[in-house]
Design a protein around this ligand. Sequence first.
Ligand code: GRF
Length: 193
Amino acid sequence: MTNLSIAVFASGSGSNLQALIDAIKARSISGRVNAVISNNSSAFALKRAENEHIAAYHISSKRYPDPTALLAELESILYGHSINLIVLAGYMKLLPIEIVRCYKGRIINIHPALLPKFGGKGMYGINVHKAVIESGERYSGATVHFVDEVYDNGAILVQRTVPVLPDDTPELLAARVLEIEHQILPQAVSLFL
Ligand code: GRF
């Protein structure tokens, strides 16, 4: 694969999206983020996409109450941009199963903990870091993994640890983990290439 066409799905700030865009520019990864899709119309990720002249789409079940229409819209975006890698970067919705099947082996997700620990139902956002601190773990970290039909389950592509410090709050730990997310997401895309 020589020229990767990437779609990023993000629901929030999109700092991982930005890290990927910046890394592609700086390291000349042979590819481009060609579409950013969010279920949240006010996601800063959409704004970041506009700033970078990347096509930005708000696709939600509110806008598309019929799941078939929503799927058709997503497919038209993905096919329209000839997407060959989907990156889930803080996307708070499940992708339609049809997309997961169709893009098998070509969807990656970033998770703010060391999977398989602290993954699965309810393990998103600050909840993850609260659970890590409450469990008394000495290390946390971030994981980029392939997405399959089971939540937070697919093969791991890259993982890196950070220490959990004695006085950590979930917010402090989240910030430490986010820093390494920004490093390992571009690494994972390079590995995918
Ligand atoms: C990251 O911690 C990511 O691992 C999680 O959601 C957060 C998204 O942050 N799934 P951002 O929107 O990339 O800034």
